[in-house]
Design a binder for this molecule. Structure first.
Ligand SMILES: NC(=O)c1ccc[n+]([C@@H]2O[C@H](COP(=O)([O-])OP(=O)(O)OC[C@H]3O[C@@H](n4cnc5c(N)ncnc54)[C@H](O)[C@@H]3O)[C@@H](O)[C@H]2O)c1
Length: 256
């Protein structure tokens, strides 16, 4: 898909990966709806993006992806402003094992909700314009991640949900692609106060102290590839050459 004049809706767009993706697609001539539960941060980001890319090309909407009606209203606001949505990035997520139920509701519930809403809007067989839905998973969904098991499970679920929808026979006539992004660790606010959010922090610290973080710019490249390459469907995209990526094949051992 060529991004010029396309409309990109990004949950968790106020900061981190979401904000960086917003900047990148605006540079390619797209229009952006930044949707986030953090209002002050979201408004500040929208203001900054409007200053660099034009006031009419950026919208901020308050959006809690764990609340169906609030999320629907946010999506409707984007459609009302721009006419349609071509790219849906279900990117909002948290990592906090203390509130694992909320974590599942945001990470999985938000992605499922956003995917269904965008699919209904985009599908060509129901009058839409087609499009691409990009769901943010993680490499933590492919390898054991002992310090945040519920987070890891939520990211695995996002990959399988996305890949399964992509294989659905209806998707051909719908003309909607689905891709999951699987970034390795990157230094964003997700890691703020991490000592309180993970299990066995001291053990985690030994891992993280020697971990080679990827750059947010590398993650943006994953998103752009998912948007622009129309041959990619159902795949999980990650960064080449990162530690552990080669090992990310799920192994099933048959019982005798
Ligand atoms: N940073 C990493 O190491 C890493 C690695 C792999 C995957 N991820 C995933 O990338 C995505 C983006 O995270 P990030 O690293 O940019 O972190 P971040 O904390 O900077 O950004 C997450 C954004 O999501 C928003 N958000 C949280 N709950 C929300 C809700 N209920 N409704 C709407 N918005 C909500 C936050 O306000 C924030 O703006 C997440 O899904 C995260 O799990 C991050």
């Amino acid at each position: 898909m060529q991004l010029k004049d396309k409309v990109v809706f990004i949950t968790g767009g106020a900061q981190g990966f979401g904000k960086a993706v917003a900047e990148a697609v605006l540079k390619k001539g797209a229009k952006v709806c930044v949707a986030d539960v953090k209002v002050d941060q979201g408004e500040a980001t929208a203001k900054e993006l409007q200053a660099s890319s034009g006031a009419d090309n950026v919208l901020f909407v308050k959006c809690d992806v764990s609340d169906a009606s609030v999320f629907e209203d946010a999506f409707k606001a984007a459609v009302s402003k721009f006419g349609h949505v071509d790219v849906m990035c279900n990117n909002a997520g948290i990592m906090d094992e203390r509130i694992w139920e909320k974590q599942l509701e945001i990470n999985i519930g938000g992605v499922v909700r956003g995917t269904m809403m965008a699919l209904n809007h985009m599908r060509k067989d129901k009058g839409g314009r087609g499009g691409v839905i990009i769901n943010t998973a993680s490499t933590a969904g492919f390898l054991p991640f002992p310090w945040a098991p519920t987070y890891a499970a939520s990211k695995s679920a996002i990959y399988h949900f996305t890949a399964s929808w992509a294989e659905n026979p209806d998707m051909k006539s719908a003309d909607v692609r689905m891709v999951s992004i699987c970034p390795p660790g990157a230094k964003t606010a997700l890691l703020d106060c991490i000592e309180e959010k993970v299990i066995n922090y001291e053990h985690f610290k030994q891992f993280i102290d020697r971990y080679e973080f990827c750059g947010v710019d590398q993650v943006v490249e994953e998103f752009l590839l998912a948007m622009e390459d129309d041959t990619i469907n159902g795949t999980a995209i990650t960064i080449k050459g990162k530690e552990g990526v080669e090992k990310m094949k799920m192994t099933l051992i048959p019982a005798e």
